[in-house]
Write a protein that binds this ligand. Structure first.
Ligand SMILES: Cc1cc2nc3c(=O)[nH]c(=O)nc-3n(C[C@H](O)[C@H](O)[C@H](O)COP(=O)(O)OP(=O)(O)OC[C@H]3O[C@@H](n4cnc5c(N)ncnc54)[C@H](O)[C@@H]3O)c2cc1C
Length: 200
């Protein structure tokens, strides 16, 4: 747009977390869970998790072209698939190919961090990245953490019928300034049928 020759290097899929494992699937899940609550109130029928999953993948498929290499090319961005390694000031390498640049922007995101939890390696756990992989609705789900992603996943799975327990070290939404009367276990619990535990 401003005339710079732009190269985007991506080792996996364009769209990143937002499209594949973040905003798009989670907002579709929240919407599906809300509809499930209404439908259950009207019909008494539990939601079909397979249909919810289909809805999530339909949303991803709908949005994927917008984030695709073809769309980026139309916007004037050259896309190169591979893993970038910096070699020297102004020099990088993508799978053996040398790239020279004047300015580089690093936007490599991050992955769920679960360090410092004793016994984690031995446990069979899913993360906010892998919970979208094929599977059935968990009957019981323990969520470690009380941030926005934990809360929205907890709320959605509780509405879909899972028994959700949130395990929270400090408090729910620790980075938000919320007064206890507005956001408390008593206020939230009846709405989503979830519970959480904090250490004594
Ligand atoms: C469940 C969930 C719900 C979310 N909901 C929202 C929401 O509602 N609203 C919101 O704003 N945010 C939300 N987020 C956060 C949002 O998804 C992230 O903030 C966003 O995806 C970060 O974008 P990014 O481009 O910085 O990184 P990413 O999306 O992680 O993309 C980084 C990319 O860099 C690539 N890469 C890494 N290293 C290299 C390398 N050496 N060479 C080449 N490529 C490399 C990776 O393959 C990856 O595709 C949510 C996240 C989760 C997990």
């Amino acid at each position: 747009m401003f005339g710079a020759r732009t190269l985007l290097v991506e080792r996996a899929r364009t769209g990143g977390d937002c499209l594949w494992t973040g905003c798009v699937p989670s907002k579709t899940l929240l919407s599906a869970a809300e509809h499930a609550t209404t439908a259950r109130a009207l019909t008494g029928q539990p939601p079909e998790f397979a249909a919810v999953r289909q809805r999530i993948f339909a949303a991803i498929n709908t949005i994927e072209p917008v984030d695709s290499p073809a769309a980026l090319k139309d916007a004037g961005v050259e896309v190169l698939k591979g893993t970038l390694t910096f070699r020297a000031p102004g020099v990088a390498e993508v799978d053996g190919r040398t790239i020279r640049f004047r300015q580089a922007l690093i936007a490599t995101g991050r992955t769920p961090v679960a360090t410092g939890i004793p016994g984690l390696d031995a446990a069979s756990v899913v993360t906010s990245d892998t919970i979208w992989e094929p599977g059935s609705l968990p009957v019981r789900l323990a969520i470690v953490g009380g941030g926005p992603i934990a809360c929205e996943l907890g709320q959605a799975f509780a509405r879909l019928g899972s028994q959700v327990t949130m395990i929270v070290r400090s408090r729910i939404l620790p980075k938000k300034t919320l007064t206890p009367p507005t956001w408390s276990g008593r206020a939230w619990k009846p709405t989503v049928s979830a519970s959480w535990r904090t250490p004594p």
